[in-house]
Design a protein around this ligand. Structure first.
Ligand code: SAH
Length: 260
């Protein structure tokens, strides 16, 4: 997947993956105004790619949180290697109950991690820790339309194998519709909600990840318990996700909301 554990924003399908994943960060940055004095909270920080990129550009204060100890350790190591000081730090914390102080951040950044969380808890926490006038910006895989219970059952049986591979690969806990997100944000107290559907630019990510994965088949992979079976499942998940996008079920969305 490269250093960024999120989709790319492709102007052309053949753009370099790293160029596209950085461009998605840039697209989100267009929704918030950050300067050297800004305090940012990155919820679901992965291995630190976006936070380090943002700090490099603005020299702002940024804290990344994740429930993965390994991710947090890798992010802190990467930050040290770049020679960054303690204005960039990564800690283990849950975005649904983060334990951070009220009204202390200018921007809360939620990049492709919301699908792993309960939205009500996540949005309440984002709202609580934001300063007045602060911005939350989020991107993720969303359902393009809500599904009825019967549609869900039908789709589950029709796509069982692909869905299981996708759940196991992406850790899809709660993929919800754009409307569900907007309602949740309003309920949490947010205003000025803006939504940008970037599905057409994001979908090419699947081809790039699949190509990367194929290039690793048959090689010895470093790291704990990650073998041929996992790579095959990853490829199945990439193909399935691309199909779900093309069939109009899934999309990729950027959402901005303000705490007035
Ligand atoms: N934002 C990063 C990583 C996205 S992958 C990037 O764009 O590169 C999703 C991340 O969310 C992972 O780091 C995962 O550990 C984290 N995560 C999952 N559930 C979480 C939770 N409840 N609270 C905080 N982080 C969580």
């Amino acid at each position: 997947m490269g250093g960024n554990l999120h989709f790319g924003y492709f102007d052309n399908p053949d753009d370099e993956l790293t160029t596209a994943t950085c461009r998605l960060i840039d697209k989100m940055l267009e929704y918030c105004s950050i300067n050297g004095k800004s305090k940012i909270l990155d919820v679901g920080c992965g291995i630190g790619g976006p936070a380090l990129y943002i700090h490099e550009r603005y020299k702002c204060h940024i804290t990344g949180i994740s429930t993965s100890r390994r991710g947090v350790d890798l992010a802190n190591n990467a930050s040290r290697q770049k020679g960054f000081d303690s204005s960039v730090n990564f800690i283990v914390a849950d975005g649904q109950k983060n334990g951070l102080p009220d009204k202390s951040y200018d921007v809360v950044w939620v990049m492709e991690s919301s699908h792993m969380m309960n939205k009500e808890e996540l949005f309440n926490e984002c709202f609580r820790v934001l300063k007045k006038g602060g911005t939350m910006v989020l991107c993720d895989i969303l359902l393009r339309q809500p599904l009825s219970f019967f549609q869900e059952v039908y789709l589950f049986f029709k796509n069982a194998r692909d869905l299981v591979a996708s759940y196991k690969t992406w850790g899809l806990k709660a993929v919800n519709s754009t409307g569900f997100y907007c309602n949740g944000l309003i309920k949490a107290g947010f205003k000025e909600i803006q939504v940008l559907d970037v599905s057409k630019n994001a979908i090419h990510t699947m081809r790039h990840w699949e190509k990367n994965a194929l290039s690793h088949l048959g090689k010895n992979i470093e790291g704990p318990s990650f073998g041929e079976k996992d790579i095959s499942r990853f490829i199945t998940a990439c193909r399935a996700t691309e199909r779900f996008f093309n069939e109009g079920y899934l999309g990729y969305t950027i959402i901005k909301a303000v705490k007035e």
